[in-house]
Design a protein around this ligand. Structure first.
Ligand code: SAH
Length: 276
């Protein structure tokens, strides 16, 4: 049976028996039909995983007993990747959330692009965040990541770019790319031969299904983003997301030769071994 795990902001590790938050209790009792004696895992979203057993279920409150902390191999990417995506169809965004977790993305930002069919605000945005949090925690359980994917929603590309500025000032060696189809010659491998291996952070942006408006391409270039091609074929957004992130992880991140390193300190040596 697949491991059932859920995000709980903080697990009170000093209390052996405690009630789960109401929303999670309702999901376990009403939707997942959890049973007393069933094992579940709780992720605090910061890297800790706790094994628990359900000890009580009563009208909307599920009580669990803490069995102990689980050790998980570190599978966070040592390369912080921020993925920006123009808002598209709901099911496509759900898929991109799952893929972002599996591909080791740190932060996923949806923004209303000029060719997006709609924006996300207020209650609609709140509902989306809840849905995506569930999708992300299921993906975490399946792929073994213990850090929670940060998911944000912006009214437009400009707001998203502004949100990146602060961190950018704090991090040297930031790579900023946006995927643009039919861009002759601008592949990521080409870019790596220019930048070398020493990239400490990546901002990668994908347009909506309707593609980029020229105003947006110009704004991205003005903000220091380089265009990259993902090959001669026009990819659907969900395909482009995996193609872009896996290429970045291969060239600068943790998909090179299957090396696993828990921190940046270990990473550069491993990365320089990658023969491209
Ligand atoms: N406009 C396309 C689909 C765009 S898919 C169509 O007519 O079907 C959404 C995004 O994926 C694009 O905005 C772009 O950022 C990215 N993308 C798709 N194919 C790409 C390619 N071959 N190279 C670079 N980016 C691509």
């Amino acid at each position: 049976m697949t491991r059932r795990c859920f995000f709980v902001p903080e697990v009170a590790s000093d209390t052996r028996v405690f009630d789960l938050p109401p929303r999670l209790s309702r999901q376990l009792e009403g939707v997942l039909r959890a049973k007393v004696g069933e094992s579940i895992e709780l992720l605090d979203g910061q890297g800790s995983v706790w094994a628990c057993v359900v000890t009580g279920i009563r009208r909307g409150i599920v009580t669990v007993s803490l069995v102990g902390k689980l050790e998980r191999p570190a599978c966070e990417s040592a390369l912080p990747i921020v993925l920006g995506v123009g808002i598209v169809r709901s099911d496509t965004m759900d898929l991109v959330v799952r893929q972002a977790v599996e591909m080791g993305v740190l932060r996923l930002a949806f923004f209303r692009a000029l060719r997006s069919q709609y924006g996300l605000r207020g209650k609609t945005a709140e509902k989306k965040r809840e849905r995506w949090s569930k999708i992300a925690s299921e993906a975490n359980c399946q792929c073994g990541r213990t850090k929670k994917l940060e998911i944000e929603i912006f009214d437009d590309l400009g707001h998203f770019l502004t949100s990146c500025e602060g961190e950018e000032r704090a991090t040297e060696h930031t790579l900023k790319v946006f995927a643009l189809e039919h861009e002759p010659g601008g592949g990521l491998k080409n870019l790596r031969s220019q930048t070398g291996p020493d990239i400490h952070r990546v901002l990668a942006v994908l347009g909506p299904e309707g593609g980029w408006d020229n105003v947006e391409s110009s704004a991205l270039i003005a903000a220091g983003f380089k265009t990259v091609s993902l090959g001669p074929r026009t990819l659907r957004l969900e395909t482009a997301a995996v193609a872009l992130i896996s290429s970045i992880q291969l060239l600068w991140g943790d998909m090179d030769e299957g090396l696993f390193y828990a921190s940046r300190e270990e990473a550069p040596q491993a990365r320089t071994q990658c023969k491209i």
